[in-house]
Design a protein around this ligand. Structure first.
Ligand code: ATP
Length: 365
């Protein structure tokens, strides 16, 4: 994270309604978002992402807690007094105005001098590559182009922070990928702190400097895309970002950051033991499908299972297995030029975890 915090939420809670109808949309959220960061709030529908964004923008008031912008408490400042702009999912452009007029709108509201407005509009048009369309009405341009105009309009007053609420969800897949790269470029070029909301894990992984994975009004883990993917600290994060197998195990020995586990069927394996994870007893261990090796059942140190299904994806093959205790496991093997022997349904196999790939989860039973 950048040394200078741009946004700080301190024990922020938001409760909607009261009594039986009470919804705790945000539950004691303390986050620090650094200057120049591309920070993403990622989580399933209803986890509180939009509520947090609306609190930062000033469209909602917190039930408790404080909100700081560059060290200054802005909890009671109205939206227009915060140097924060929002790009909405619906773009919210004015269809009867031209592209250039839409971009100029916020600057005119701020009473900026005419010469400065036209200079900034030119600069923004170039930045989002929309110069040839400056005089078109926004009702007459494509969805992707509208998205660029919405971005240009929000960036024009040079806010300190730009909030983006699922801005790419209305675009088709190809355009969405193009706009993902475009957004990242704009963030790097302008140096503005971006707070991006999405429920799409791939979008979050490819664009963000850091991600907060949220569930039920709380960030469960905050870290770089690599940290979140490689070292998920709990079952929700491991299941939400990428795919994971979750297996029951018993810790037979804990030694610092390593544990020896007894797996179903009695096989012993090594696993990473994160600081907050339990150090003894029954635990859940997570392992990614691509970190499991498929071997003959007789191979030493493997966990035995039976193949229930093989699914071919072109780039890789997913083999579904059932272990002795009924637990299911998916193994993903990349395609090789030589091809791979496909495992038949009913075939007995052994699985082995790649070194350092199995992790004991914090929130194990
Ligand atoms: P989505 O991805 O579906 O937009 P989200 O993660 O952005 O979801 P929020 O919109 O922040 O979630 O909603 C969090 C919770 O607060 C949900 O249970 C939602 O129903 C509730 N909620 C949000 N706004 C209000 C409101 N104005 N009145 C009552 N409940 C609300």
């Amino acid at each position: 994270m950048a040394a200078n915090p741009a946004i700080e939420t301190q024990n922020l809670s938001k409760i909607f309604g009261s009594g039986d109808g009470e919804v705790r949309a945000l539950d004691d959220v303390s986050l620090v978002i650094g200057e120049n960061e591309f920070f993403t709030l990622l989580g399933p529908s209803g986890c509180g992402k939009t509520t947090l964004l609306r609190l930062i923008a000033g469209f909602e008031t917190a039930t408790s807690g404080r909100l700081m912008l560059y060290g200054k408490d802005i909890s009671d400042e109205p939206p227009y007094r915060r140097s924060i702009n929002t790009v909405f999912q619906s773009y919210a452009l004015f269809p009867h105005l031209t592209v250039a007029q839409n971009i100029a709108f916020g600057l005119e509201m701020l009473d900026r001098p005419k010469a400065e407005i036209s200079r900034t509009v030119e600069e923004m048009l170039a930045m989002v590559r929309m110069e040839p369309m400056a005089d078109r009405q926004t009702g007459e341009i494509s969805g992707g182009q509208q998205q660029r105009v919405a971005l240009a309009r929000a960036l024009a007053p040079h806010p300190k922070v730009l909030l983006l609420d699922e801005p790419l969800s209305a675009l088709d897949l190809k355009l969405r990928k193009e706009m993902q790269r475009e957004l990242k470029r704009l963030q790097v070029e302008t140096g503005i702190t971006f707070v991006f909301v999405t429920h799409d894990q791939e979008e979050a992984l490819t664009m963000s400097d850091r991600i907060a994975v949220m569930n039920a009004g709380k960030p469960l883990q905050v870290g770089s895309p690599r940290e979140i993917y490689d070292t998920p600290s709990n079952r929700f994060v491991a299941g939400f970002i990428g795919e994971s197998n979750f297996l029951d195990a018993i810790i037979s020995q804990a030694n610092g950051e390593r544990a020896r586990l007894v797996m179903p069927g009695g096989t012993e394996v090594e696993a990473i033991l994160p600081a907050h994870a339990p150090k003894s007893g029954a635990v859940t261990v997570a392992i990614r499908p691509e970190h499991i090796e498929l071997l003959p059942e007789s191979a030493p140190g493997t966990i035995s299972g039976t193949v229930t299904e093989t699914v071919y994806f072109g780039t890789d093959t997913h083999t579904h297995l059932q272990l002795e205790n009924g637990e299911t496991v998916v193994v993903r093997q990349p395609a090789t030029r030589e091809g791979q022997a496909t495992r038949e349904q009913g075939e007995r196999v052994g699985i082995r975890f790649a070194e350092g790939a199995a992790r004991v989860m914090d929130d194990t039973p």
